[in-house]
Design a binder for this molecule. Structure first.
Ligand code: ZN
Length: 268
């Protein structure tokens, strides 16, 4: 098994949001996992359908986060450059179904798409408040959804749900969205990778709350589904990081420094 870190969408956010400073760059950190029985993606950034019709991403989102929309960054383009056949992607595991994570699933129409049941319910039947974050055209092709329910399993003291074998797990960390989950993938050399999705936005938050650029902190608060759950789950993630930082590589979806360090691409 091998793992490749991919950035499947870059952003150059507006300088400020609500009058507060934003980061200069944001990425969409995804994983390509080569397993004996097929390729697996963790999150997908934007897909070719989003680039063909960027209007479907919505004007407010584009004005605040200013996605670059580079066709070379789509997961399907990167897979091809790495010499893979996109048809070999058998499984996609999503931290959640926000538009900047689920955009690529249409490029892998035959893959199973694994997601926490609460997240799928939110995306398919959003409340009025949730309508702004999900984009139904991203799943108009009718994905092979696999709904995962919490069933009492645990992983390093956190609730977990087996996705594939013993080496790919969902770790529910709701709050950012209704069924938001981290994804744990066994590291080829032992230990684990933990893709924490949008459980936090800036690397410093793994150790210290509120260390995110102020504009992005405001954005996190305005987009959260449940403030109490988000903060308590972020705290549990900090406890996990403190106890297991040598065995578990923790990273979030959008921090460019974490992506640079893990992908070996140097500066952010
Ligand atoms: Zn996101």
């Amino acid at each position: 098994m091998s793992v490749t870190h991919l950035n499947c969408a870059s952003f150059r956010p507006a300088l400020t949001f609500g009058g507060r400073a934003m980061p200069r760059t944001v990425v969409a950190h995804c994983l390509l996992v080569e397993r004996p029985d097929g390729l697996l993606l963790v999150d997908t950034g934007f897909g070719t359908g989003d680039l063909a019709d960027p209007r479907r991403l919505g004007q407010p989102f584009r004005a605040i986060l200013r996605p670059v929309l580079d066709p070379a960054e789509t997961a399907i383009a990167q897979l091809r450059r790495l010499g893979h056949d996109p048809a070999d992607v058998t499984d996609v595991v999503l931290t959640h179904l926000d538009l900047d994570h689920a955009g690529g699933i249409g490029d892998f129409p035959f893959a199973r798409v694994h997601v926490h049941a609460a997240e799928l319910d939110a995306a398919l039947h959003p409340t009025l408040k949730e309508r702004g974050r999900y984009r139904s055209p991203q799943w108009a092709h009718g994905p092979r959804w696999v709904r995962h329910h919490t069933a009492g399993d645990s992983w390093l003291g956190l609730e977990s749900v087996t996705v594939l074998g013993d080496d790919v797990l969902l770790v529910p960390l709701a709050g950012h969205s209704r069924g938001h989950s981290a994804v744990a993938v066994a590291r080829p050399g032992g230990g684990w990778l933990l893709h924490a999705g949008d459980a936090y936005f800036a690397a410093g938050e793994k150790e210290t709350p509120r260390t995110c650029p102020p504009g992005l902190r405001l954005f996190q608060s305005l987009t959260q589904a449940d403030s109490h759950l988000r903060h308590s789950n972020q705290e549990r993630l900090r406890e996990l990081y403190a106890a297991h930082r040598d065995d578990v590589t923790v990273f979030s979806a959008h921090d460019p420094a974490e992506y640079a360090a893990l992908s070996g691409t140097g500066g952010a």
